[in-house]
Design a protein around this ligand. Structure first.
Ligand code: G1P
Ligand code: ZN
Length: 559
């Protein structure tokens, strides 16, 4: 029998979860009791239901995951949790956690990830709490966790509980007069079983292997040394009969092999090269924790996430899951280009525009009003779980391709010809000085809200834009009527073009400014995005004085 120890501690400042959990440098988490405080705060925020509960625990395999899993086991035991479902080796992708919470109806889960941020001792770590619906905790819960962390005085721990999380099995303990159990589960099985229910695997297998009518469709799936490696191997190699040259970087590494595990054209540049040189028909990459995706076609034809969402929305009948559930509404985050809005209109579906962050989709899904949603930041997903889901997106694309029998590029071109095209780009200015970025946002907001701004004209080259609306986006959740304010400065012009400015909520140091540009063309659909958007970018830089405030003459990343 083990006993619970109560350890005195002092609060740390700044344990405030951002867009998606608490993310800091590993060295911050290594401070004495820093991690313990935050875990205890999560459990305290759930104190009414924690006794006798079950929680899911897993992470993306980055540096510190295993140590923190072991702390969570000990602290959970100290707080009366009855059972933990822990991924083998501490590995669970973010969408897999969401699925396991839902499948086994647990109180929630703790996900150990800093998502697409680099890993290793000098980089980032993160802790995120997901609720019983499988989704990231909403603002009221994260605010509560933060409040508790700011006043914490003690945590409860059972120091002598240890179990081998590298081996699948059930470990039983007696903590004082209670039973406590840790079940180490196969990290991939539940998720893979679910994907087999959602998609028609035999049909995708025929696509990949080819048939008498059609040559094999060659894919290159890149896990970027993140958590999706084992899932990709099981799904693509074991289930879909792909070969070793159809997958890459499928071993999760603590530092992602030095890669920045963010699937975009900058950080997944070597996938782009490999797809071009290898003559692949489709390339897909996922981020560290497996919720983001990037899709490219032959010759690395790039599908923007906003277009990916619109194309999937238009073709959901090729996914068996939706044949069963029907298609309810669609949603996108505010900065995401409005391509999917046109599909919603054509199909007569409800369409929602929410603030940045997946947590805002959950209520709509739970209310049965949302089937498919996405963010421009390489997030796509559906109501099959309550997180975005990278592998799901790749399988959805393969289902559409198998269904319509066309290439990625042809699918896009046809889509644009039917609906018109939203040209989109995002400029990121990473790790700038926090104060001057805050000044920029303040000054911009002052200008935008001054009398006469709406109705004023901005000219760049041959183009001129008249401001139709300028605000700091706020959102009222139609289900629980909670309000999220200050979600991004938005300038909308009379032709529907938009410029959006936001400060990132996921960075671990300094400030990151994101500038989003979205412009709709009904007929000129085959241009280059950077050329088509050049005048609006020029206007955005002038309105904001971005270069002056950030001290940068160009962004760190363009997507
Ligand atoms: C970023 C993305 C946002 C996404 C989040 C978590 O947040 O912009 O769409 O939900 O990562 O993956 P940001 O850093 O902009 O706050
Ligand atoms: Zn992620």
């Amino acid at each position: 029998m083990s006993s619970v120890q109560t350890v005195s501690t002092n609060p740390y400042e700044g344990q405030k979860p951002g867009t998606s959990g608490l993310r800091k440098k590993v060295k911050v988490f290594l401070q004495e009791n820093y991690t313990e405080n935050f875990i205890q705060s999560i459990l305290d925020a759930n104190k009414e239901s924690i006794e006798g509960s079950t929680l899911v625990v897993g992470g993306d395999g980055r540096y510190l995951v295993k140590e923190v899993v072991s702390k969570i086991i000990k602290i959970s035991a100290g707080n009366g949790v009855a059972k933990l479902l822990v991924g083998q080796n501490g590995i669970l992708s973010t969408p897999a956690v969401s699925h396991i919470i839902r499948k086994y109806k647990t109180l929630g889960g703790i996900v150990l990830t800093a998502s697409h941020n680099p890993g290793g001792i000098n980089n980032d770590f993160g802790i995120k709490f997901n609720c019983s619906n499988g989704g990231p905790a909403p603002d009221n819960t994260t605010n509560e966790i933060y409040k508790i962390s700011a006043a914490i005085k003690q945590y409860k721990i059972v120091p002598d509980i240890a179990c081998d999380i590298d081996k699948v099995g059930v470990y039983k303990f007696k903590v004082e007069d209670r039973d406590f159990e840790v079940e180490v589960i196969d990290s991939v099985k539940d998720y893979v079983d679910y994907m087999k229910e959602i998609f028609d695997f035999p049909k995708i297998k025929t696509l990949l292997q080819g048939s008498e009518q059609r040559k094999p469709f060659r894919v290159l799936i890149d896990s970027m040394n993140g958590v999706t490696g084992p899932y990709v191997k099981r799904i693509f190699i074991d289930e879909l009969g792909a070969f070793d040259d159809n997958v890459r970087r499928v071993t999760p590494l603590e530092d992602f092999g030095g890669a920045h595990p963010d699937p975009n054209l900058t950080y997944a540049a070597d996938l782009v090269t490999a797809v071009k040189n290898g003559g692949y028909d489709l390339g897909a990459a996922f981020d560290g924790d497996g919720d983001r995706n990037m899709i490219i076609g032959r010759d690395a034809f790039f599908v923007t996430p906003s277009d990916s969402l619109a194309v999937l929305a238009h073709n959901l009948e090729h996914v068996p899951y939706f044949q069963r559930t029907g298609v309810h509404g669609f949603a996108r985050s505010m900065p995401t280009a409005a391509a999917v809005d046109r599909v919603a209109e054509a199909l007569g579906k409800e369409m929602f525009q929410v603030p940045t962050g997946w947590k805002y989709f959950g209520n709509l899904m739970d209310a049965g009003r949302l089937s498919l949603c996405g963010e421009e930041s390489f997030g796509t997903g559906s109501d099959h779980v309550r997180e975005k889901d990278g592998l799901w997106a790749a399988l959805a694309w393969l289902s559409v391709i198998a269904g319509v029998g066309k290439s990625v590029e042809d699918i896009l071109i046809e889509h644009w010809k039917k609906f018109g095209r939203n040209y989109f780009t995002r400029y990121d200015y990473e790790e700038c000085a926090s104060e001057s970025c805050a000044d920029m946002m303040r000054e911009l907001e002052r200008r935008m809200t001054a009398p006469g701004f709406v109705g004023s004209t901005f000219v760049s080259g041959e183009k001129s834009y008249v401001v139709a609306l300028a605000d700091d986006f706020s959102y009222m959740d139609p289900v629980d009527r909670s309000v999220a304010m200050k979600q991004g400065l938005r300038i909308v012009f009379e032709d529907g073009s938009r410029i959006v400015f936001r400060l990132s909520g996921t960075g671990s140091s300094g400030a990151t400014v994101r500038l989003y540009i979205d412009s709709y063309e009904a007929t000129s659909v085959l241009g280059s995005a950077q050329e088509m958007l050049a005048p609006l970018i020029d206007v955005a830089l002038r309105i904001s004085d971005l270069n002056k405030y950030t001290g940068r003459d160009k962004p760190t990343v363009i997507t």
